[in-house]
Write a protein that binds this ligand. Structure first.
Ligand code: FES
Length: 170
């Protein structure tokens, strides 16, 4: 069981700091790496576990905490599509649109989900429940066409299955 405090809401401009539990996790991360910078990826994941995305206030906090320039942190965030610099929904849904999944309809499933939930890439649905993100290979080609709902891989799915699964999300 994770000791992190998951999914606090965070509005733009609100101050950020780690919960006590996550601060302890951060200290533990530091013991695993030779230098502080090497811990940046797991630390950014930890921020996202706490508040789902990486607002400017969190970048400033991490910058001071780890003594890493903000610009470097922003470069990392923009390089990896697993980090979000915009607010996202309570549930992250990654739909694979790479070759194997596309051969079995992955792109149409992604387009169909955007239409059904009346949303766009990463934009949270109006009820704040879901953000959809198309992804390159999720590493589960044997499940094609597949998607990842938070940390769970689901596949093969068709559009109707995918809609049903997402409608069940809290
Ligand atoms: S191409 Fe979709 S999981 Fe690999």
């Amino acid at each position: 069981m994770s000791s992190h405090s998951p999914n606090q809401t965070h509005s733009m401009g609100a101050p950020f700091k780690f919960t006590d539990a996550n601060l302890a996790t951060y200290q533990e991360y530091l013991t695993r790496y030779d230098d502080v910078e090497s811990a940046l990826l797991p630390v950014l994941h930890l921020v996202q576990e706490q508040i789902k995305w990486l607002p400017q206030e969190a970048i400033e906090y991490v910058s001071v905490l780890m003594n890493i320039p903000e610009i470097k942190i922003k470069e990392v965030i923009s390089f990896y599509d697993m980090f979000y610099d915009v607010p996202v929904g309570r549930n992250m849904v990654h739909v694979c649109t790479n070759i194997t999944c596309s051969m079995f309809g992955g792109r149409e499933i992604y387009a169909g989900l955007l239409k059904h939930f009346d949303t766009d890439y990463l934009t949270p649905t109006r009820d704040g429940r879901i953000s959809l993100q198309k992804m390159e290979c999720l590493g589960a080609c044997e499940m094609a066409p597949c998607m990842r709902i938070n940390n769970d891989y689901v596949g093969p799915v068709d559009l109707a299955d995918a809609i049903n699964k997402l409608e069940e999300l809290p």
